[in-house]
Ligand binder design. Structure first.
Ligand code: 6PG
Length: 246
């Protein structure tokens, strides 16, 4: 596992964009295609901005060879203010040469969240190569909530126990809403998982996730242990409770 600490949120976005360009380019060189799952929430906005605004980074990315998915989605229409897809469409896909068929949004307009999840799982299986028992994403971007959730794998929710499905609907009592989320088996099959965490408000949970070892009280983010590379990219605020040994 690697941990990278950038001085500011802007530096973090640029460093994450560099990592995105590196990992996706390596995947395209190796397998001609690249499969990426974007994270939700607000932190990726800075990454998307850095990819769009940096001509040199934008030109390094083989945009036409990447298929984009999401690690999770809110159960809202795709044009809703809370939609992870809408944020990416507006801040990234509006400015880079990606064809519609390369963007695999979670089709949340279906009212039954279980149907949404099943259809998304079918699209993942149909789109990614079939040479592995579990489809392997080349890069999965994840965020971290202050309760230790990642994707929509929230503490004390049913999806945490899922060991067979790749993607499920998950009732989150605290938010009183359904989410659609990739599960640990799919996340942990990834070649690279990159957590991107920014802000002083995340310092305590970053320390707890990266330092605590209470087997009976494991945060969901601690269960992300990919077969491939695990990279934590933090800014100084998010890393501020880690002490010197980062
Ligand atoms: C979501 C996410 C969630 C998010 C974290 C961090 O849909 O909300 O997938 O896991 O990544 O809550 O969110 P912020 O980046 O907004 O802090």
């Amino acid at each position: 596992m690697g941990t990278h600490v950038a001085a500011t949120a802007e530096d973090l976005s640029l460093d994450a964009a560099r990592a995105f360009a590196r990992v996706t380019s390596e995947a395209v060189r190796a397998r001609d295609l690249c499969f990426v799952a974007l994270s939700g929430g607000s932190t990726p906005r800075g990454l998307y901005r850095a990819l769009v605004e940096s001509e040199s980074l934008r030109s390094q990315v083989a945009w036409d060879r990447i298929h984009f998915f999401w690690g999770d989605e809110r159960h809202v229409p795709p044009d809703h203010a809370d939609s992870n897809y809408r944020m990416a469409r507006e801040t990234l896909f509006a400015s880079v040469p990606v064809a519609a068929e390369q963007v695999h949004r979670i089709r949340t307009e279906e009212s039954d969240a279980a149907v949404v999840a099943r259809r998304y799982e079918e699209e993942i299986v149909a789109t990614l190569p079939h040479d592995e028992a579990v489809p392997r994403f080349d890069l999965i971007l994840l965020g971290l909530g202050t309760d230790g959730h990642t994707a929509s794998l929230f503490p004390d929710t049913p999806a945490l126990a899922e060991q067979r499905r790749l993607c499920v609907d998950n009732w989150v009592e605290r938010l009183h809403t359904h989410r659609i989320t990739m599960t640990f088996p799919l996340l942990n099959a990834a070649r690279t998982v990159l957590f991107m965490v920014s802000g002083q408000d995340k310092a305590a949970i970053v320390r707890a996730v990266l330092r605590s070892t209470h087997p009976d009280r494991e945060f969901p983010a601690q269960r992300v242990r990919p077969d491939g590379d695990l990279l934590w990219m933090l800014d100084r605020g998010a890393a501020s409770a880690l002490g010197d040994a980062t």
